[in-house]
Write a protein of this length. Structure first.
Length: 88
């Protein structure tokens, strides 16, 4: 698809770069290292099974769910795909 002075495939290159950035960001949020025995947010004990399954875990299930919900509610990307929605 041609878009002005951009080379053929430029749109796909931009899409690929966006996906790469999203993957890098997701990987950077993965926990690493030694798991904590207690949640760093609320201090509740983290079950041994959770510590085994997720190396480097730092939050209890409840705090992790709250964090995940906050991330879902905030997205800087317009996922509606409509140019009209960008103008609102």
């Amino acid at each position: 698809m041609a878009s002005g002075w951009a080379h053929d495939g430029a749109v796909q290159d931009q899409i690929d770069a966006s996906i790469e950035d999203a993957v890098k960001q997701a990987r950077s949020r993965l926990p690493e290292g030694q798991s904590l025995t207690h949640c760093e947010e609320c201090g509740v004990a983290i079950p041994a099974e959770r510590q085994k399954i997720i190396p480097g875990v730092r939050l209890c299930v409840k705090c992790q769910q709250l964090l995940d919900e906050e991330e879902i509610n905030y997205s800087p990307i317009n996922r509606r795909g409509s140019k009209d929605s960008q103008l609102r």
